[in-house]
Design a protein. Sequence first.
Length: 156
Amino acid sequence: MTITLRPLTPMQARFVEHYCAGKTQKESATLAGAIPKQASIVAHRMLQVPAVIDAIDKFNAKMAAVLNEKATYTAETATAELDQAIAFAMRTNNATAYARCIELKMKLRGLLEKDKGAEAAGFHISIVGLEAPGARTVTIEPSAADYRSLTMEDLL
């Protein structure tokens, strides 16, 4: 036996909208059009209507799916995307894009801190293998006392 749910009334739809937006039961009922003195009773009754319960459950399921999708973006996913961008930059001989990808990868791995000024440790980055006219090495040298040289193997 299947149960067919009736469509939401306009008041029920407004109640679900406000309730799913985080309002309390009483606030949702009032905003949906209930008399303020009876809002608690109306809200209680609304939450017993199968169509209202179903609409709230569907909203919660959609939100859970969105949050789950966002939670699956990890450092490994970002690293894989940067690897693809690095490969593209190398194929197109784009030294600027390549340097930016390396910078982002360093930030992702915690090797480079943003906006720390002169107190931050500096890095010497040499990018070899790009066929740029007149230069085969790009060097980025922040003015700091502590320098480390990184090779591609260290970053990849």
